[in-house]
Design a protein around this ligand. Structure first.
Ligand code: ZN
Length: 253
C-alpha cells in the first residue's frame, strides 16, 4: 500500500459503478488505477477521482494493477474551470501530460508544473495563451529537450540588427536573417522577435514559481505562442485532439 498525492488526468467508466483513472502521482509518475464504486455519488472517493482533481490517494499495488482504496480531495480544478476556454486548456494539459510523463518514475517536477499551470488557469491572472506557451516550453525542458535559441547556429550571432531571428522547430536550430536565407532554411522557419526570444530564455531559467512572471507586447506574445506550440508539436511528433478543441473554443471568443 502507498499513500501519495496525485492529479487525476483522465477517467473512464468500467461497468455500472467502477472507474479506471489515469493519475499523475508525485512518486510513481503517470499510472492507471482501478477505482471501485467511484461512480456512485455516495462513494467517498467519487469526487476525489474526478478529472482535474488533485487528491490524496491510498493505492494498493496488486499483481498487475493499482487499486485506489481511499481518496480525499485536496483541490478540484474542474469546478474552477467554469468556462469552456479554461476547460479546453485543462483538457489539453491533461492529454499531453499523459503522453509525455513516464510511468513509474518519481515525477514531482512534472506534477508541480502541471499544478502551477492549472492553478494559473483557475485564477486567470495571466492570459490562457501565455500559460499554454509556458507549459509547453517547460514540459519540453523537463523531458530533456531544450530549444537552441541562444545564438545563430551558423554564425553564432546572439541577435540581429532588425530585431528578428528565425527558428526551425524540427531541426531545433535558430538562424540570423542572413544565415537563414543563405542556407535556404527560410521556408521551414518561424520568424521570431527578440522580445519573444528574451521571454523564452527567461522561461527556460526561471524558478518554477516565477515561470509566468513576465509580460510581452501583443506581437511578441503571438510569436511566443507560435514558437512554443510549433516546437512542442514538432519535437514530440504527436497529434492532440484536445488542441483542436482548444483552438476552436479560442476562435469563438
Ligand atoms: Zn547567422
Amino acid at each position: 500500500m502507498m499513500t501519495t498525492e496525485g492529479l487525476i488526468l483522465k477517467e473512464q467508466s468500467v461497468g455500472e459503478s467502477d472507474k479506471i483513472v489515469t493519475v499523475l502521482t508525485k512518486t510513481h509518475g503517470v499510472i492507471r488505477c482501478f477505482s471501485r464504486r467511484a461512480k456512485k455519488l455516495s462513494s467517498a472517493v467519487s469526487s476525489a477521482c474526478q478529472m482535474m482533481t488533485y487528491s490524496r490517494l491510498d493505492i494498493y499495488e496488486g499483481r498487475d494493477k493499482y487499486i485506489i482504496n481511499n481518496a480525499q480531495v485536496i483541490k478540484s480544478f474542474f469546478e474552477a474551470f467554469a468556462d469552456l476556454d479554461r476547460l479546453s486548456l485543462g483538457y489539453y494539459i491533461c492529454e499531453t501530460a499523459i503522453k509525455m510523463i513516464p510511468e513509474n518514475m518519481p515525477s514531482e517536477d512534472y506534477l508541480q508544473l502541471v499544478l502551477n499551470c492549472l492553478y494559473a488557469i483557475s485564477v486567470k491572472t495571466k492570459p490562457l495563451y501565455q500559460i499554454k506557451a509556458v507549459y509547453e516550453l517547460r514540459m519540453m525542458l523537463l523531458s530533456g529537450v531544450c530549444p537552441n535559441i541562444l545564438f545563430c547556429s551558423e554564425c553564432g550571432a546572439y541577435e540581429s540588427d532588425n530585431g528578428q531571428m528565425y527558428f526551425d522547430p524540427y531541426e531545433n536550430a535558430m538562424y540570423c536573417p542572413h544565415c537563414c536565407f543563405r542556407t535556404g532554411n527560410a521556408p521551414k522557419c518561424l520568424a521570431v522577435s527578440m522580445g519573444c526570444i528574451t521571454a523564452v530564455r527567461f522561461c527556460m531559467t526561471a524558478e518554477p514559481k516565477k515561470i509566468l512572471s513576465f509580460t510581452l507586447s501583443p506581437a511578441s506574445m503571438q510569436d511566443m505562442e507560435k514558437f512554443c506550440e510549433r516546437f512542442f508539436l514538432a519535437q514530440n511528433d504527436f497529434y492532440c485532439p484536445t488542441l483542436d478543441f482548444y483552438k476552436s473554443v479560442k476562435e469563438l471568443n
